[in-house]
Design a protein around this ligand. Structure first.
Ligand code: IMP
Length: 192
């Protein structure tokens, strides 16, 4: 039986949804995300095959991406999470608050930081600075999305899912004021 979807409940065309009085349209459908995540998994594995990297997901946004990326990862790996936040509503505040620290000892280890989206890049820049103090042997960055027009930071994304324009996006872990992380497609704000 088909379960009712948000679109069905709101009686809107399949491609659009309404969240907190704003309309969003599908930007990256779930099947395209799944395909790219599989490719990223292979790229990362080829890079680390004889090592045991520690994947560190940056909460909350990366939880779905991290799970999909590591489900069936063909090599040995460990994982942990770190919590950071710099976003309010639809704007990055640039004021990064590290809320929950890392429990794993990362000294001498290969770290793969897993981010949902790099926007201004300030969150990752701050976390990188922080993690480097624990002397890991290497740190690489994987991000599902990247907004190059907005980025003010100076680091390289080693494994990137999609480059996107400077638009507000939601779904697949990304929230709008705490909601809609559970949407399976990625949606963009529609121009009004
Ligand atoms: P940055 O520090 O500006 O790079 O922002 C990093 C964090 O802001 C991401 O991990 C997301 O949680 C959030 N963020 C950035 N852009 C968006 C967006 O378009 N939609 C929802 N959240 C976003």
């Amino acid at each position: 039986m088909e379960l009712p979807t948000w679109n069905y409940l709101l009686n809107l065309p399949m491609q659009t949804i309404k969240v907190k009085e704003k309309r969003f349209e599908i930007a990256i459908p779930a099947n395209r995300i799944a395909q790219r995540v599989e490719e990223l998994q292979a790229e990362i594995y080829l890079n680390y095959q004889d090592r045991t990297p520690i994947f560190i997901g940056i909460l909350n946004g990366s939880f779905i991406f991290m799970a999909d990326l590591l489900k069936g990862y063909p090599g040995d790996c460990e994982m942990d999470f770190i919590k950071a936040s710099s976003y309010e509503g639809m704007e990055s505040t640039g004021d990064v608050k590290e809320i929950m620290g890392l429990k794993t000892d990362i000294e001498g280890r290969d770290i793969v930081l897993v981010e949902d989206i790099v926007d201004t890049g300030l969150t990752l820049e701050k976390l990188l600075e922080n993690l480097k103090r624990s002397k890991p042997s290497s740190i690489s960055i994987v991000s599902l999305l990247f907004k190059p027009e907005k980025c003010q930071a100076d680091f390289k994304i080693d494994f990137l899912g999609f480059e996107i324009p400077n638009e507000f996006v939601i779904g697949y872990g990304l929230d709008f004021d705490g909601s809609v992380r559970n949407l399976k497609h990625i949606y963009r704000l529609q121009e009004s």
